[in-house]
Design a protein around this ligand. Sequence first.
Ligand SMILES: Nc1ncnc2c1ncn2[C@@H]1O[C@H](COP(=O)(O)OP(=O)(O)OP(=O)(O)O)[C@@H](O)[C@H]1O
Length: 354
Amino acid sequence: MIDLRDITLNYPGPQGPVTALAGITLRVAPREIFGIIGRSGAGKSSLVRVINLLNRPCSGQVLVDGRDMTRLSEAELRAARRDIGMVFQHFNLLSSRTVYGNVALPLELSGMDKAAIRARVQPLLELVGLAELAERYPAQISGGQKQRVGIARALASQPKVLLSDEATSALDPETTRSILDLLRRVNRELGVTVVLITHQMQVIKQIAERVAVIDAGQIAEMGSVLQLFTHPREAITRSLIDEIVPQTLPETVLARVHALSQNLPAGQTGKLLRLSYAGEQAYEPILAHLIRELGLDVSILHGQIDEIQEQAFGSLALYVSGAATDLARAGDFLHARGVLAHVDAVQAGEAAHV
Ligand SMILES: Nc1ncnc2c1ncn2[C@@H]1O[C@H](COP(=O)(O)OP(=O)(O)OP(=O)(O)O)[C@@H](O)[C@H]1O
């Protein structure tokens, strides 16, 4: 549905051009919910505005629904933009117009007659849950309700694509959840492709199917959300998911590991194992195997289990002790199941990737 090929974008600056996008290539499939995440200044807004050509790239191709946006005339571009709705962090509503008037505005501007506008706007207000508030003004509704107006307005021209530019960044977590649920309904019920940019991994986790991590105007990493959460490759991705899946263990846990390793019975060794698992793996009786089959002692030190797109994923830090040969077999067993993320050599204070 969206095909960006080697996009570069520079802004003029006092000391010469500022590079905002440096060779971005990505594809968004029809009906997909695609997330773009990055830190402040990474180039997210610049990128999302390339899709509807609010930003014209310096080089590269922008294909939306098979059309090369950079080659359209002004009139063709205006028509093409009707297929691409957009919602904004600060809603951008007209304060002098009612909820109904804001949603109707793009249709009035396109010359549609009043009866047709009403027939289009009324169901949209119902979809976003604002039918009762149609005659209120923006000053008389909450932030979450304003964003619902923004979404209804973006859907008024029946777009195929909806771009969301930090649409939930100004909202509290509960309202964020309800707006993301609404975007998911829009995606499922109307078949609209959704591209959302955010600096919050929580937003990506709640709604996106695939995600691109951007850093300094480039794609650092791209893949399914589950894959990114369970097997992040780049430091920037690890730091972004840290708020949900802590990548480093707290000091108290490391102190506990140290104490356990100091009190091992003679002839035993111990190791800190860090597991990362997803999907069906999450339900396998892995710990039972370590304890029963291999006769190891297992202390659970830290961990969590969560869900992405109805798939369980999680991480677990274990201190496992026993005979050296059994510990080695445990390592092989976990490795074979693809759940072993790290073995930490505790005494040396360093982590070894397996
Ligand atoms: N109009 C502009 N003129 C000059 N430089 C700009 C302009 N807009 C953005 N930039 C620069 O381009 C880079 C990317 O900015 P962009 O706004 O796309 O990042 P972002 O990831 O959306 O950041 P944020 O989350 O803070 O909005 C930054 O270095 C920024 O300073």
